[in-house]
Design a binder for this molecule. Structure first.
Ligand code: CO
Length: 318
């Protein structure tokens, strides 16, 4: 994340430098500086962070809101997603926020401050942003998403235009699309090998989404199974399906935006409690792969489509 923010800053600086040098000769710069000191509301010095001098009331930003990841080396899926958003909206400011208090605290302790959604919204307002699209990078509309909506609602009146894009799985067509893309994007899976996906799971009613994903996945591919760490279906459900189907070899992959702690420990770790170990103890040799969903362009694209729909106002506001 730190690297991500540093890159943004560097890009901004170099863009500023290029625009200044290419457009203005030294003499013109001097004249401008003099005029600016004379006029209090000089737009030249009110330049926003993208290096443009547009009117503050037209300034647009995108706030990408993820659960967060505590190891900055694991942000590759986030960076991939950001790249796609930048391609689609080259003139918008792009900022990040993490919803997990624990992860933000851990990162702050390492000198990597990442704001909460509410803090990021306040900061963007303070920078003169009037048009804000907040995109949830959560998998399901669960607790984290609801908290995000509440934070956004507290700041409705601060913006001219404020919308929130929905999480990855917000409809049955979303789930169909995600499953189809995912089944085509696990190159490590060899013919005849089963696929076991690990989702997060939740105490929120949106846990039903995962139960549906499991059923939809098995309908598409009789050798593909889905379970969650903290909700339903459970690991025992996955194991029962695998044993019934006579699975001997499987690829084990996270169904999470980022391959973080759960993927590295609960899924593919060497502890006797990990899914890999427990499957192994039952005669299922499982090879873990660590690719966050947003690392696959087409899957990151589902989030970006949600963002663009929200931004266009075609969807009901929350
Ligand atoms: Co967790």
């Amino acid at each position: 994340m730190q690297r991500l923010f540093k890159t943004q800053q560097k890009d901004t600086l170099s863009r500023n430098a290029v625009s200044i040098h290419s457009r203005l000769s030294a003499g013109v710069v001097m004249a401008l500086i003099i005029v600016c000191f004379m006029s209090a509301g000089c737009a030249f010095f009110q330049r926003n962070e993208t290096g443009t001098s547009e009117n503050a009331s037209e300034k647009e930003a995108v706030l990408l809101v993820a659960f967060g990841v505590s190891d900055p080396k694991q942000t590759k899926p986030y960076r991939n997603l950001e790249r796609i958003v930048k391609d689609r909206l080259p003139d918008a400011l792009i900022r990040w926020a993490y919803t997990s208090d624990k992860i933000r605290q851990k990162l702050a302790g390492q000198g990597i401050p990442v704001p909460s959604p509410e803090q990021a919204i306040k900061d963007l307002r303070a920078q003169g942003v009037a048009h804000l699209t907040v995109q949830s990078l959560h998998v399901i509309p669960g607790h984290e998403y609801e908290d995000l909506i509440e934070a956004v609602n507290r700041h409705r009146s601060d913006f001219k235009y404020l919308v929130v894009g929905k999480p990855l799985l917000s409809s049955v067509p979303d789930a169909e699309r995600v499953i189809e893309i995912l089944l085509k994007n696990i190159p490590e899976r060899k013919p005849g090998e089963a696929l076991i996906l690990m989702g997060h799971g939740t105490s929120h009613a949106a846990d039903f989404t995962y139960v549906a994903v499991d059923a939809m996945l098995r309908q598409k591919d009789s050798q593909a199974f889905f379970g969650t760490v903290e909700g339903h279906p459970t690991f025992d459900d996955v194991l029962a399906h695998c044993l019934k189907a006579g699975v001997k070899n499987a690829v084990l992959a996270p169904f999470m935006v980022v391959a973080g702690d759960h993927a590295h420990n609960d899924m593919g770790g060497n502890d006797p409690d990990s899914w890999k170990s427990r499957l192994g103890a039952e005669g299922v040799a499982a090879r873990p792969v660590y690719r966050g969903l947003a690392e696959v362009d087409a899957l990151a694209g589902v989030f970006v489509d949600h963002l663009m729909i929200a931004r266009s106002g075609q969807e009901e506001r929350h």
